[in-house]
Structures are given as structure tokens and as C-alpha cells.
Ligand binder design. Structure first.
Ligand SMILES: Nc1ncnc2c1ncn2[C@@H]1O[C@H](COP(=O)(O)OP(=O)(O)OP(=O)(O)O)[C@@H](O)[C@H]1O
Ligand SMILES: [Mg+2]
Length: 419
């Protein structure tokens, strides 16, 4: 048991901005407030209209406040997702030989490994910010691999880490925008990690799995192996390309194309051929345009094939020629397209399932059980684990639960010193 505290997460997406207010303790997350606002100002993965985005963020947060109503204090600080061109992962390892042979490993030793990883990466010339340092595993002496090394006895410890970075200008722009909107930043969570937290279970992480979150403007990818995160990447393109294609092919305004996709869009031509029907679309000139579902599916399927092929190529280039046994979990708003699973399965030659954020929280389940909310829910789950580390005094080794996330907090403290 620990204290309850209020956690506020902000998921800034290309199509929508979600604010979730939750009461969090060691055991449970209870969502008590929710705000959703149409996003504006993010184009091609970049903040193109700062003021429009700022306004949308403020509106989303205000909606959550209004939802709760009563005497709920005005929201002053938020955990935000971090997204953008150049978000990536790097591997790092560090080791310490102890002067004294066979001694108990302490929390300070592990902290020291984290610190060395950070110092090695953060040179005066480095042009990126470190978002997370996450440990993958620790090797003691000449080979035994452990997940939680504290209190084990050894003469040497080696830590293997995955470090998530983003170009400094991308980081600063987002940070500055949120501060400018009037909110403090309590922490940041990288998009692909948040989405994966919401849709994966431990078995899948152990078996190895690839999560693909296809939103409107980004396609975020996270690979897990042997129980921990192994790789992330983020492409500055997503489902809005499908919408653009529909608009272009059928000569429709983007908003109509978007509606057409959501209402009648199907990812597989094969699946709809037998049930083809005509959709009457009213044009701006108030004429009726006839489009068949098969014609629409052709546009959607070919763009999806293109997007998945680009993801596959990048995964191959970065060392995942053979995909992990757990296959692929698809999430993000585009995962709502009927039969998208089959197209992904064909391109990746792997098992594919759709991941919905339907576990680990109470409240709003009917509304939030949709792949487009994976990032927001995943941020809450990620933060809960971090919190647990500080409150779980019944745990004889209190640092264990938090080892995988611990760097976020001390990095944040370090960063605060410099700002
Ligand atoms: N029912 C649906 N059928 C088809 N497409 C859908 C459906 N619901 C949402 N989408 C598509 O999903 C996309 C939005 O997904 P999502 O909400 O995950 O994106 P986002 O978080 O706003 O953007 P980002 O890519 O920046 O994370 C849009 O392109 C939208 O057209
Ligand atoms: Mg998103």
C-alpha cells in the first residue's frame, strides 16, 4: 500500500490531444477525468503551427478539468508524451570492477552504471536529449545474467542499457511549447514505449514481440526481446497519408476523405469484393459522387502495403530480419481499419493481433478501450511502475521494481538543475 496521488498525462497526437487524470497507488489506476480535443498544428511530424497546438493542448486540459468539476484544483503540471522526427534508441553497456573481491552489490553501484552511461553519451558535442535510460540486464562476474543485481555477490558488474534519445531542437520545442501553455512538465514518456506498455503482457515481452502504433502522423515501433525493450523507432508518417490518398484519388476535401475512411474504409480489397456496394458522397458543389467500397479499399490497401513495407525494411536494416516469435501487435487509431491485421500479416509474414488498452486501469473503460488511446493509457501504466519504487516499503529490496525506470527521475532532476 502507498499513498494515492493524482497523475495527469497528456498525449499530444497529430489528430487528437488526450488528457487523462488518474488516481494512482501501488495497486490501481483509477481514471477520474478525461479530455479530448482535436489536435492542430502538427504537420509531417513537426510542430508547424505553435500557437494552434498550444491552444489545442490548453483546451484538452481544460476539458478534463471541466469533466471532473467540483473543487478539483486547476492542473498545473503534466506528464507528456515525447514524439518527433529522430526519436530513436541506442544501446550502451558499462561495467565496474570492484576493488574488493566478492562483495554485495549496492544501489549506488547500479546508479553509478547509469551515470556512466549518461556521461558517455552526453558530450558537449552531442545534439540530442536523453529521454530514458532503461536497463535490459546485468551480467555478474563472468557470465551469470540477472535482472535485479542489488544484494547479489560479485567482483564485477556489467549493465546493458537501452537509451532513448531525441534531437535537442525537437525536445526543446515541445518543452517550450508546454511551458508556454502554462504547464510544468513532470516527466516525459517516449511514444512507442507508452503504447507498448498499454497493449503487451509480460509473456509477449519474454517471447519477443514488435509493437506498431500507427496514428495519424507517426508510425511508432517498439521491439521487445527477452522480457525487455530492445529497440524503438518512429516514422513521421501514418494514417493521414491514407486520408490524403483518398482525397487525391476521389478529388475530395481532406475532411470528407477522413470521414469516408472511418465510415466505409476497409483494408483488404479481397475481403470486401463479395460485398461491394456504392457510397454516395456529397461533394462541395452539392453533387453526388458514387464511390464503390472496393475502389476505396484499393486506395487504403495499397498505401498500407507501402507503409508496412517501409517499417519492415527499416527493421531488417536495424537487425530484425527475423521477427521475434510473438509476432506483431498493431495499435493506434489506424488499427481500427477492418482487416488491417491481414494486410500486416501478409507483409511482415508474421502473426498479427490488434492491441487495445483494456487492462490495468479502472474507469472510462467503454470510452478508452480503443487502440487510439494506447499511448495515453500506457503513459499511466509506465508512471505507476515508477511510482511504486518509491512507495513499496514492504518490498525487502525496494529498488527492484523501479530499476527499469529509475533513470527517468534522476535525469529529470539533473535536467531541472540546468534549466
Ligand atoms: N474507426 C476508424 N477507422 C479507420 N481509421 C481510423 C478509425 N479511427 C481512427 N482512425 C484513424 O486513426 C488515425 C488517428 O490515430 P491516433 O489517434 O492513434 O493518432 P494520433 O495519436 O492523433 O497521431 P500520432 O500519429 O501523432 O500519434 C487517423 O488517421 C484516423 O483516420
Ligand atoms: Mg498518437
Amino acid at each position: 500500500m502507498g499513498d494515492r496521488r493524482t497523475v495527469i498525462v497528456l498525449d499530444i497526437g497529430t489528430s487528437k490531444i488526450i488528457t487523462l487524470v488518474a488516481e494512482v497507488d501501488d495497486n490501481d489506476i483509477t481514471i477520474i477525468g478525461y479530455g479530448e480535443e482535436k489536435s492542430q498544428g502538427i504537420e509531417k511530424g513537426t510542430i508547424a503551427h505553435r500557437d494552434k497546438l498550444k491552444k489545442a493542448i490548453v483546451n484538452s486540459i481544460k476539458k478534463a478539468e471541466e469533466y471532473i468539476g467540483g473543487n478539483f484544483p486547476a492542473i498545473k503540471s503534466v506528464y507528456t508524451n515525447i514524439f518527433g522526427v529522430g526519436l530513436e534508441s541506442k544501446k550502451a553497456s558499462e561495467s565496474i570492477e570492484f576493488e574488493e573481491e566478492d562483495r554485495k552489490i549496492t544501489k549506488e553501484d547500479v546508479d553509478e552504471l547509469y551515470k556512466r552511461v549518461e556521461e558517455k553519451l552526453k558530450t558537449p558535442r552531442s545534439n540530442f536529449e536523453i529521454i530514458h535510460i532503461l536497463d535490459q540486464n546485468f551480467i555478474l562476474d563472468d557470465g551469470s545474467e540477472v535482472e535485479y543485481p542489488i544484494n547479489s555477490i560479485a567482483s564485477r558488474i556489467e549493465g546493458h542499457f537501452i537509451v532513448i534519445t531525441i534531437p535537442r531542437n525537437v525536445y526543446r520545442n515541445l518543452e517550450d511549447l508546454i511551458r508556454d501553455a502554462g504547464y510544468e512538465i513532470e516527466g516525459m514518456v517516449a511514444n512507442p514505449i507508452a503504447s507498448a506498455e498499454a497493449v503487451l503482457d509480460q509473456d509477449e515481452k519474454d517471447m519477443g514481440v514488435v509493437v506498431i502504433d500507427m496514428g495519424a502522423g507517426f508510425t511508432d515501433v517498439a521491439v521487445y526481446k527477452n522480457g525487455s525493450l530492445d529497440y524503438i523507432t518512429s516514422f513521421p508518417f501514418g494514417g493521414s497519408l491514407i486520408t490524403f490518398d483518398i482525397a487525391y484519388v476521389f478529388k475530395l476535401p481532406k475532411s470528407d476523405a477522413e470521414e469516408l475512411k472511418k465510415e466505409h474504409g476497409v483494408a483488404s480489397v479481397e475481403r470486401i469484393r463479395e460485398n461491394n456496394y456504392i457510397i454516395d458522397v456529397e461533394t462541395r458543389e452539392e453533387e453526388i459522387k458514387e464511390i464503390t467500397v472496393v475502389e476505396l479499399a484499393e486506395v487504403i490497401e495499397s498505401r498500407l502495403e507501402d507503409l508496412f513495407s517501409r517499417v519492415k525494411k527499416k527493421l531488417e536494416e536495424d537487425g530484425y530480419k527475423e521477427l521475434p516469435k510473438g509476432g506483431i501487435v498493431l495499435t493506434g487509431g489506424e488499427a481500427n481499419l477492418p482487416y488491417i491485421r491481414e494486410i500486416a500479416s501478409r507483409i511482415f509474414k508474421a502473426d498479427v493481433r490488434i492491441g487495445k488498452p483494456n487492462r490495468g486501469y479502472f474507469g472510462f473503460g467503454d470510452i478508452l478501450n480503443n487502440p487510439k488511446y494506447s499511448t495515453a493509457i500506457g503513459m499511466l501504466l509506465f508512471k505507476k511502475d515508477e511510482y511504486k519504487k518509491y512507495t513499496d516499503i514492504s518490498n525487502p529490496l525496494p529498488d527492484f521494481g523501479g530499476l527499469k525506470n529509475k533513470a527517468t527521475s534522476w535525469l529529470q532532476k539533473l535536467k531541472n538543475l540546468f534549466h
